[in-house]
Design a protein around this ligand. Structure first.
Ligand SMILES: Nc1nc2c(ncn2[C@@H]2O[C@H](COP(=O)(O)OP(=O)(O)O)[C@@H](O)[C@H]2O)c(=O)[nH]1
Ligand SMILES: [Mg+2]
Length: 223
């Protein structure tokens, strides 16, 4: 992917704020502090677009980032942060659940886990949830730079096993400190995005269609 533009679009707390232009979406799910924002920044070659924060649980909304005017990265609120109230967790849970169930433009979920550790209970639950809704998932293990290279295969194996990964789901080892996994992840993301159209191209198409169908449609309503 040749990233020519990227911008923060909106912080959404529910469906009313989700963008309505029909652009495909790649969502990121994972624990607070696992490295979701850093991953987005790295993929987009931006230092600080998705704010990385040392304060876990700070991102409580779904943050939409528009890329190349043609698709979104959607940064989910991180889960598994102890200081968040039970009620707050339920609100997030419902929001995520609804999004997973109803969002037609969702093309792929990047399930982000830490390569250093076995997946948490929350990770396992999230993965089960996503597979339950039959959503396409790519497991991305981040912070690979913090694990000695010789241990990568062992850590990868444990994560795949503990999550109970579906054999067909892609798996990428990633680091936001260097370019490890970046090209591989772009190739996967692109394959799920399919053919891309920019907002302008979509608008032009809609106009052409309206012109072609316009008079007939008017006649119909006149009758
Ligand atoms: N060494 C290393 N640190 C990382 C990596 N990804 C994220 N971090 C650090 O982990 C912390 C949390 O990252 P952040 O992207 O804010 O996590 P988020 O809460 O999932 O969005 C920050 O201090 C990052 O600098 C990585 O691949 N390698
Ligand atoms: Mg974040």
């Amino acid at each position: 992917m040749n990233v020519t533009s990227s911008e923060f679009k909106i912080s959404a707390v529910g469906p009313a704020q989700y963008p309505q232009d029909g652009l495909p979406e790649i969502a990121l799910a994972g624990r607070s502090n696992v490295g979701k924002s850093s991953l987005i920044n790295r993929m987009l070659r931006r230092k600080n677009l998705a704010r990385t924060s040392s304060v876990p649980g700070k991102t409580q909304h779904m943050n939409y980032y528009l890329v190349n005017q043609s698709f979104f990265f959607v940064d989910f609120p991180g889960y598994g942060f102890a200081k968040v109230s039970k009620q707050q967790r339920e609100v997030w849970g419902q929001m995520i659940e609804r999004y997973m169930l109803e969002r037609e433009t969702l093309k792929l979920v990047l399930m982000v886990v830490d390569l250093r550790h076995p997946p948490s209970k929350d990770d396992i639950m999230m993965y089960e949830w996503l597979t339950h809704y039959d959503r396409p998932i790519c497991v991305v293990t981040t912070k690979a730079d913090k694990v000695p290279k010789t241990r990568w295969p062992k850590h990868a194996k444990i994560i795949k096993q503990d999550l109970g990964m579906r054999p067909g789901d892609p798996f990428v080892m990633f680091s936001s400190e260097n370019d490890m996994g970046k090209e591989e992840l772009w190739t996967i993301v692109e394959s799920y995005l399919g053919e891309l159209k920019t907002l302008d191209e979509r608008a032009a198409e809609a106009e052409t269609n309206a012109e072609a169908e316009g008079p007939a449609a008017e006649e119909e309503t006149a009758e």
